[in-house]
Write a protein that binds this ligand. Structure first.
Ligand SMILES: Nc1nc2c([nH]c(=O)n2[C@H]2C[C@H](O)[C@@H](COP(=O)(O)OP(=O)(O)OP(=O)(O)O)O2)c(=O)[nH]1
Length: 164
């Protein structure tokens, strides 16, 4: 059986900067990333994303679901499916958390890609466009990671495909 694990990942934007946190524990420890985590049973993707954003940096935001990045591992019959949200409309005071500290604004042209998850540089720039994106990596062979990218200009088509 093929098992999918769902995650949210949120990027808050202000002008030409993006808010990132430094992960202090668990998956991706020691890397900069947006905020997010596992979608819990009974939660919608949006509810999970809003909860993680609040837990990890104390912000509330009007979130737009704009992308989906899937990491398929055929050897383990497993896929991590990471749903990407963005927002330029956020409220509250940024507060560091046990899981994300420090938290910093990074200029769009100076993102710390070498200290982020591998492959992030291939899709993160897409958050600045108006299209919706669906990216799949096959991570079965670490030395042969291939990528398939589909862009949508229609939200309904995008969301239907990525939530199948
Ligand atoms: N699993 C996985 N997550 C990834 C990848 N790339 C990437 O940016 N992420 C993101 C998705 C999530 O926002 C985050 C991992 O979630 P997490 O393990 O911290 O989830 P959580 O907060 O629910 O965890 P915890 O409280 O139980 O420790 O990293 C990847 O390749 N695999």
């Amino acid at each position: 059986m093929f098992v999918k694990k769902l995650y949210s990942l949120i990027f808050i934007k202000k002008g030409n900067t993006v808010l990132l946190g430094y992960k202090t524990r668990g998956l991706g420890v020691g890397l900069w990333n947006g905020f997010g985590g596992k979608v819990e049973p009974g939660e919608t993707l949006l509810e999970g994303a809003s909860r993680e954003l609040k837990e990890e940096c104390n912000l509330d935001a009007k979130l737009n679901h704009i992308g989906c990045v899937t990491y398929i591992n055929n050897n383990k019959n497993h896929a991590d499916v990471v749903h990407i949200f963005k927002s330029s409309s956020f409220f509250g005071e940024i507060v560091e958390s046990e899981e994300m500290a420090p938290i910093r604004w990074f200029r769009v042209d100076n993102m710390p890609y070498e200290k982020m998850w591998p492959d992030t540089s291939k899709w993160l720039p897409l958050i600045h466009n108006e299209d919706y994106f669906d990216v799949t990596f096959n991570v079965t062979n670490e030395d042969n990671r291939c990528m398939r990218l589909t862009l949508y200009n229609n939200y309904d088509e995008f969301v239907k495909t990525v939530t199948l």
